[in-house]
Design a protein around this ligand. Structure first.
Ligand SMILES: [Zn+2]
Length: 267
């Protein structure tokens, strides 16, 4: 009884509480500091394609470079659907489609045999909108270097990473700055990043819903609370072709079997 009434013990208890309070305050401020260290922001250029299909012309040769670009286009096409399905974000996914001839709006991709500027790739864009703010014409030119100043040729993977990055610009995404491992970072092609991050894809989903200049998303775009920032591995994005092939083959077998039965029956 006398133990708790002792004034010295009372002072100790007050000091202990104060110490605990100080410690918890310190932990809190440290926590806030860590959370604000990285802010995942995706700046936009200010245009959005109004058509679902985006026509792309790709220089014919060399074939390995052309194939790297086609893979990059396929990645964007599949990743948008993967993102909407995975996180339940409504969007009207774009399809980058290869065409032979340049129309009014286009993305034109050509190869540079030797490096002509510091960047490995370069994208320039122009866009037009009418009096009600509807984007009616967008033209994009992308140049990709095949060989660097040093004489070293880009690998197929480096070329694919570069093409995926530049196509992100063609879709209206500007550079991100928080990590070199984000596809839309200026240096991402050096790291062979070939898949867009959830942030890149979320920004594109918002752009896909735009109908005129007046309802462009606020730039920079940040991820809403339930969607984590990450870059999925290429294997996470389902191929559209592979499950279709066995289906087509088995359908073909069934059809030929039915036909054989039909032709035999009259005999
Ligand atoms: Zn860039």
């Amino acid at each position: 009884m006398a133990f708790w009434r002792c004034p010295l013990m009372k002072m100790f208890r007050v000091l202990a509480y104060l110490l605990l309070l100080l410690l918890s305050l310190n932990i809190n401020t440290a926590g806030i500091g860590a959370a604000s260290a990285i802010s995942y922001e995706q700046p936009l250029y200010g245009f959005a394609w109004s058509t679902r299909e985006i026509p792309v012309t790709v220089e014919r040769s060399p074939e390995y470079a052309r194939n790297a670009v086609l893979s990059a286009m396929q990645t964007w096409n599949l990743a948008q659907t993967w993102f909407s399905d995975t996180y339940g974000v409504s969007s009207r996914p774009y399809r980058l489609v290869e065409v032979d001839q340049i129309g009014e709006s286009y993305v034109n991709i050509y190869f540079n045999q030797t490096q002509t500027r510091d960047d490995w790739g370069y994208t320039s864009y122009h866009y037009w909108y009418d009096s009600s703010g509807v984007f009616y014409k967008i033209t994009v030119s992308i140049s990709l270097d095949l060989t660097l100043w040093s004489g070293r040729s880009l690998s197929v993977l480096e070329l694919q990473a570069l093409a995926t990055h530049e196509l992100g610009h063609a879709l209206g995404l500007a550079h991100t700055t928080f990590s070199e491992m984000d596809l839309m970072n200026h240096f991402s092609p050096n790291h062979e990043v070939t898949v867009p991050s959830t942030l890149n894809l979320y920004a594109l989903a918002l752009l896909s819903m735009v109908t005129s200049r007046s309802n462009m998303p606020k730039t920079p775009v940040t991820l809403p609370e339930p969607i984590p920032y990450h870059t999925p591995p290429e294997s996470a994005i389902p191929e559209m072709l592979s499950p279709a092939i066995p289906l087509v083959i088995s359908l073909g077998i069934v059809v030929t079997l039915i036909n054989r039965r039909k032709t035999r029956s009259p005999k």
